[in-house]
Ligand binder design. Structure first.
Ligand code: ZN
Length: 326
């Protein structure tokens, strides 16, 4: 048995038919983990769909209403890049529920893996790039609401920039500077200058020359050049995560473990090997474990020419977690 839980539902399969997004990857990952003896049936937890009130912690009421009533405009549906259906809405609500559950389990066991989710291109008021709602943000906001965590960090290693994440968690506006005055003399006493505050620190490592063309700023963005290989990538990852940890203390690390920095990916232009991607996972898990930070994992993208490679990369994330947390 694994020392942590895998959150999975057959309902994760997006009902989108033949598509570059291999919707059946989730089921295949579960099957491979079982067949290879990496996981047992009891390692898997079935999530409940997120509630509408959870989704509304991140997304606007007007957008959620359109999703639930099937009234997206043609343009909005195009931007989503997957065909709308009520079943698709259910699959995304389920993925968000899965991320909430994985985050809760991470707080208990040190790591919790959602065999789904990572829909980091969803914005509060619209979806895009195969992402209808932002499961990771919903999970963070729900755990904050429940007072289980105060601050979180996202480490997004999908080949595409986490534009939705960046937009959702963009730093709050600086508090208006209150100057000492005669009517409030106590303020004159060594009041630190107000800083920009954020409760979620966002790190994104991605290929610069790729979707999304407009990249709203994360807390740390690492814009990688085309064709970067394992060694340099891992050095940049170390650099970015170390820099984040110097600047920010957090109660939960949300790792978006995209499989698409892989050299054979159809939508990616980096040059990582399957082994390099596993080292990436190990690095993130080691950092979390060493510092005692719970880590919640979501899978995000993966569009390898051979779906089997995408499945291998995602299964390796589970194996890496077992090696580090086992
Ligand atoms: Zn991606």
């Amino acid at each position: 048995m694994l020392p942590f839980k895998l959150v999975y539902s057959d309902g994760y399969c997006l009902p989108i038919g033949e598509h570059v997004f291999p919707a059946e990857k989730y089921r295949r990952i579960k099957q491979r983990l079982l067949d290879a003896g990496i996981a047992q049936a009891e390692d898997f937890l079935e999530p409940e769909p997120a509630s509408d009130s959870d989704v509304l912690l991140v997304h606007g009421a007007a957008y959620v209403y359109k999703l639930q009533t099937g009234t997206l405009s043609a343009r909005e549906e195009l931007q989503l890049e997957i065909p709308y259906s009520p079943e698709l809405v259910h699959a995304f609500w389920l993925a968000a529920g899965g991320s909430i559950l994985a985050a809760r389990r991470a707080l208990q066991e040190g790591v919790g893996i959602n065999i789904g989710g990572g829909f980091h291109h969803a914005f509060p008021d619209h979806g895009e790039g195969f992402c209808m709602i932002h499961d990771v943000a919903v999970a963070i906001r729900r755990l904050q609401k429940d007072k289980k965590i105060v601050r979180a960090m996202t480490v997004d290693c999908d080949v595409h920039q986490g534009n939705g994440t960046a937009a959702i968690f963009r730093k709050k506006q600086p508090v208006a500077l209150v100057l000492p005055s005669s009517s409030a003399p106590t303020l004159a006493r060594a009041t630190p200058l107000p800083r920009e505050e954020t409760d979620v620190f966002t790190i994104s490592l991605h290929q610069e020359n790729n979707y999304p063309s407009w990249k709203p700023p994360s807390s740390v963005d690492v814009n990688l050049p085309d064709g970067m290989g394992d060694e340099q990538y891992l050095a940049w990852l170390d650099n970015a995560v170390s820099s984040g940890l110097r600047q920010f203390q957090h109660d939960l690390l949300c790792y978006v473990a995209g499989a698409d920095p892989y050299r054979e990916d159809q939508l990616g232009g980096l040059n990582l090997s399957i082994e390099g991607l596993k080292k990436r996972d190990e690095f993130v898990f080691r950092v979390a474990r060493t510092r005692g930070i719970p880590v919640m994992v979501t899978l995000a993208g993966g569009y390898a020419r051979k779906v089997e490679d995408t499945v291998t990369i995602h299964c390796n994330t589970v194996i890496a977690a077992r090696e580090v947390f086992g």
